[in-house]
Design a binder for this molecule. Structure first.
Ligand SMILES: *[C@@H]1O[C@H](CO)[C@@H](O)[C@H](O)[C@H]1NC(C)=O
Ligand SMILES: *[C@@H]1O[C@H](CO)[C@@H](O)[C@H](O)[C@H]1NC(C)=O
Ligand SMILES: *[C@@H]1O[C@H](CO)[C@@H](O)[C@H](O)[C@H]1NC(C)=O
Ligand SMILES: *[C@@H]1O[C@H](CO)[C@@H](O)[C@H](O)[C@H]1NC(C)=O
Length: 420
């Protein structure tokens, strides 16, 4: 009796597998492609944020004091003068030197919406204004060319990009849950993490917190687009004089109070593991500042909180050892990128300095983009590297060959993995 059952089961197994086995492996692959689910991690400024106000005090009478939830980032309606001061007031953080954490302006609440989906990272403006296209090209390619579905196998982790990972406890546990859930929803298929810009140091920090066994189960690979592994010189100008966010009508000084106040700015300052202590990054009338002079620099530009934030955030990924997963490191090159700044006496430090350019992707310096190459010499899964000539920091998100590289990667995996 028992032997008949076994024989029948064997026959059944044989019947199920035999016809497949005789057909070519190609057919098996085609009829049963396992697509690695994709989870996208946005960078600095790469997630839509909503705000709700009940403020006791605002910088101008025109600023809204009380409101229900509205789109704050990115909302182009806030860019005219005066309104941009309201915007900076809503966006800025207040640093507490005792708890070494930040909080919103009193009476301002800020949240991300649609965690797990891509809707708030495809465009930065909720009205999907094409100039603010962010992860849209990559998501559209996955959906239209490979049949991916938003919310099922292409997902996202919008987050409050003002903070650094030392204040991301909830995000990191939500991210872990999302990865595990996505793996399960897709037939136990390991996930491809894709990061852009600061999303990569965040993703890297997250991976370093997980065990090797967890990563082996859940993570197929990490694709890093335009990652500032060693910071970016551009962050120093933003801290000193503000940055107009590429919107020429915005006065950089109007957004400086917000840009200075967020720990992610301090986190992205260049690292002394990438820049030598004799390389001048800021030429100022009375002093030439290098990576060794940040305490003095931040005091001289009248924002010492940023020095405290730098001390909190500098150790987070500085060691930069192997993340323990397969890495595909993609970035642009051959674009003029601020390498140092020169302030004339009349410019220091409330006016925009002259820029001395070097190589990079327009935002991140080449040596910082190349940080991933350190891992090629270390023990661990392979690290692949691709550079795209004349592709800038945001351009990599819409670059046809970079997108093509990603599309090939996410369907390739499972046949390869089966061989192990
Ligand atoms: C994700 O967002 C898309 C639209 O962007 C929507 O069609 C889909 O239902 C959402 N999925 C989930 C699981 O929320
Ligand atoms: C900064 O460096 C420049 C170029 O090396 C030099 O001419 C200038 O005197 C230096 N400034 C100060 C304040 O040391
Ligand atoms: C320094 O910053 C404080 C607070 O933001 C401000 O009140 C003060 O006027 C600034 N000092 C200078 C010299 O700009
Ligand atoms: C990059 O592009 C520029 C201009 O299109 C060209 O002159 C240069 O040779 C290219 N560099 C590489 C390494 O392909």
């Amino acid at each position: 009796m028992r032997s008949t059952v076994i024989a029948n089961s064997l026959l059944l197994i044989f019947l199920i597998f035999w016809p497949v086995k005789v057909s070519s492996e190609r057919l098996l692959f085609k009829s049963n492609v396992r697509k690695s689910p994709v989870i996208l991690i946005p960078g600095d400024g790469g997630s839509q944020l909503q705000a709700r106000l009940n403020e006791p005090k605002v910088p101008h009478v025109v600023c809204l004091k009380k409101s229900s939830w509205f789109d704050l980032w990115l909302n182009l309606e806030f860019f005219p003068p005066v309104l941009v001061d309201c915007f900076a007031d809503y966006m800025k953080l207040i640093y507490d030197r005792k708890t070494r954490t930040t909080r919103n302006t009193e009476g301002v609440e800020i949240k991300v919406t649609d965690f797990g989906n891509t809707s708030t990272i495809e465009y930065l403006d909720a009205s999907r204004y094409s100039l603010t296209a962010y992860y849209s090209s990559i998501v559209n390619a996955l959906v239209k060319k490979l049949g991916y579905k938003r919310g099922l196998n292409v997902r996202g982790v919008p987050f409050d990009f003002r903070k650094a990972p030392n204040e991301m406890k909830n995000l990191l546990s939500d991210m872990k849950r999302l990865i595990e859930e996505t793996y399960t929803m897709n037939n136990n298929t390991p996930v491809t993490l894709i990061g852009h810009s600061m999303g990569n140091p965040v993703g890297y920090y997250f991976l370093k917190k997980q065990t090797a066994a967890w990563k082996k189960t859940y993570i197929a690979r990490l694709v890093t687009l335009a990652s500032p592994w060693g910071g970016a010189v551009k962050a120093l100008r933003l801290l000193a004089s503000g940055d107009n966010l590429h919107v020429y009508i915005v006065n950089p000084l109007s957004v400086r109070s917000f840009q200075r106040s967020i720990p992610s700015s301090a986190w992205l300052m260049p690292y002394d593991t990438f820049w030598r202590k004799d390389e001048v990054l800021i030429y100022a009338p009375k002093y030439n500042y290098t990576v060794a002079d940040y305490q003095k620099f931040l005091k001289d530009v009248n924002y010492t909180d940023a020095w405290e934030m730098r001390k909190d955030t500098e150790p987070l990924i500085k060691k930069l050892d192997h993340p323990g997963v397969e890495v595909h490191c993609l970035h642009g090159v051959g674009v003029d990128t601020p390498a140092s700044f020169r302030y004339a006496p009349s410019q220091w430090y409330n006016y925009q300095p002259d820029v001395i350019y070097g190589d990079g992707d327009g935002t991140v310096n080449l040596r910082s983009l190349h940080g991933c190459l350190k891992w090629q010499k270390m023990n661990g899964p392979p690290v692949f590297h691709r550079q795209y000539n004349k592709t800038d920091h945001l351009g990599i998100l819409h670059d046809a060959s970079a997108i093509d590289y990603i599309l090939k990667l996410v369907v390739k995996s499972e046949t390869e993995r089966d061989r192990f």
